[in-house]
Design a binder for this molecule. Structure first.
Ligand code: WQD
Length: 344
C-alpha cells in the first residue's frame, strides 16, 4: 500500500518538482495550492510526466475548515509543506502578509495534523535564516541572523515546530534549509515560472535573455565578495526534490531536525550570468544597480550533515541548471500555458 503524502504548495517551483519525484518513487500524493504564485498547469505536467493521477485542492493554507475536510478525506502518512511566500524583497514591502501566510499557515497546518494524528512533516525552510551569519560555508549550528521578514518568518516557523515536537512526542519534523534552488526538470515541461515579474535572479535572467524583460539589474557590486556582487549557493531544483524524498524516506527522525540542502559552492551574480551565457550561447544584458534591501553578501552551505546522516548530496551543477532553465524557457516561451490552447 503506497504512502499518501499531502504536498502544500505543490504546483509551485520546488513543489511541482517534488511532487514528480515522489510519484516517480512510489508515493501517492494530494496537493493543496492557492495558485497565488503558480499555475495548475504545472500539475497537469506532473501528471503527464509521471503517468499518475492525483487530487489537487484549491485553497489557502490558513483555511482551517478546508484543511479539516482534506484531512478527513485522506489518510496521510506525512505532509510536505511548501505553501508560503518566498521573495526577500517582497517580504520587506509586505511583512504582515508574510507572517500571516508563512507563520499562521504553518500553525493551521500543524493543528490539522495533530487533530488527525499525522506525525511526519517535511518543512520548507530556508538558508536565509542564516542571514548575516559570519564566516564561510554555514553548517546547521551557525547562528540564526535573519535580515528580512521572509527569513524571520521561516525562523519563527522553526521555533514553532521545535515547540510542537517537544509537546507531541510522536511528531517528527525535518526542516530543510535549502539555499538557492534554480533550474528546471530535464524534460523541459517543468520549470520556474512565477506569476508576474520574477524576483529571483535566474528566472529573471532567463526572461531577460529571451528578451521578455528589460536587462538584468545586478543589485549591488560593492559587497565583500570575489567580484563585489552577491554570492549564493545555487542548487538544482531536482536535487532539492530528491532531498525532500530522502527526508520522507527516513523513519529515524526523532523530534525536530534541521538540515541544509546546498552544494557548498558559491557563485556570484556576475559568475552566474557568465555561466548562463556559456551554457546557452546567449548574451545576457545587464546593468549594475544599487543593493536590494534585505540582501546579504554571501550565503553558501556546508552540506555535510545531509550527506553524513542520509547519504544525500547534490549531483547537478550550476551549468546543468542554466541549461535546463533555458530549455524550459524555449519550450514555454509564454510560461505555463495550455499547449492545447497555444496551438501548433
Ligand atoms: C540571489 C542574488 C540578489 C535578482 C532566494 C529565495 C528564497 C531562499 C533563498 C529558499 C542576490 C541578486 C537577484 C536580480 C540580482 N530560498 N539579484 N538581480 O534573495 O538569495 O533568495 O534563495 O528558501 O526563497 O528567494 O535569491 O535570486 O532573489 O537573489 O542581482 O534581478 O541575486 O541581490 O545577491 P535570494 P535571489
Amino acid at each position: 500500500m503506497s504512502e499518501v503524502v499531502l504536498v502544500t504548495g505543490g504546483s509551485g517551483f520546488i513543489g511541482s518538482h517534488t511532487c514528480l519525484e515522489l510519484l516517480d518513487h512510489g508515493y501517492d500524493i494530494v496537493v493543496l495550492d492557492d495558485y497565488s504564485n503558480s499555475s495548475p498547469i504545472a500539475l497537469d505536467r506532473v501528471r503527464e510526466l509521471s503517468g499518475r493521477q492525483f487530487v489537487a485542492y484549491t485553497g489557502d493554507i490558513r483555511d482551517q475548515p478546508l484543511l479539516n475536510r482534506i484531512f478527513e478525506l485522506h489518510r496521510f502518512a506525512a505532509v510536505v509543506h511548501f505553501a508560503a511566500k518566498k521573495a526577500v524583497a517582497e517580504s520587506v514591502r509586505i511583512p504582515l502578509d508574510y507572517y500571516s501566510i508563512n507563520v499562521t499557515g504553518t500553525v493551521a497546518l500543524l493543528e490539522a495534523m495533530m487533530r488527525h494524528d499525522v506525525q511526519r512533516l517535511v518543512f520548507s525552510s530556508s538558508c536565509s535564516i542564516y542571514g548575516d551569519a559570519p564566516g564561510g560555508p554555514l553548517d546547521e549550528s551557525a547562528p540564526a541572523m535573519p535580515t528580512n521578514p521572509y527569513a524571520r518568518s521561516k525562523w519563527m516557523c522553526e521555533q514553532i515546530l521545535m515547540d510542537a515536537c517537544y509537546r507531541h512526542d510522536g511528531l517528527s519534523v525535518a526542516a530543510l534549509r535549502y539555499f538557492n534552488p534554480i533550474g528546471a526538470h530535464a524534460s523541459g515541461l517543468l520549470g520556474e515560472e512565477p506569476l508576474g515579474e520574477p524576483s529571483n535572479l535566474l528566472p529573471y535572467l532567463t526572461q531577460a535573455a529571451a528578451r521578455r524583460r528589460p536587462p538584468v539589474t545586478v543589485f549591488g557590486a560593492d559587497y565583500d565578495t570575489v567580484d563585489g556582487t552577491g554570492v549564493r549557493d545555487y542548487i538544482h531544483v531536482e536535487d532539492v526534490a530528491s532531498g525532500h524524498r530522502a527526508a520522507l524516506g527516513r523513519n529515524d527522525i526523532q523530534g525536530f531536525l534541521r538540515l541544509n540542502l546546498g552544494t557548498g559552492v558559491g557563485t556570484s551574480v556576475l559568475q552566474l550570468i557568465r555561466q548562463f551565457e556559456a551554457a546557452t550561447g546567449l548574451t545576457v544584458p545587464f546593468t549594475i544597480g544599487p543593493r536590494r534591501p534585505g540582501d546579504v553578501d554571501a550565503l553558501v552551505a556546508d552540506a555535510g550533515l545531509a550527506s553524513e546522516m542520509w547519504g544525500w548530496h547534490s549531483t547537478r551543477t550550476v551549468a546543468d541548471a542554466c541549461r535546463d532553465a533555458w530549455a524550459f524557457a524555449l519550450a514555454n516561451p509564454a510560461g505555463y500555458t495550455d499547449r492545447a490552447m497555444a496551438g501548433p
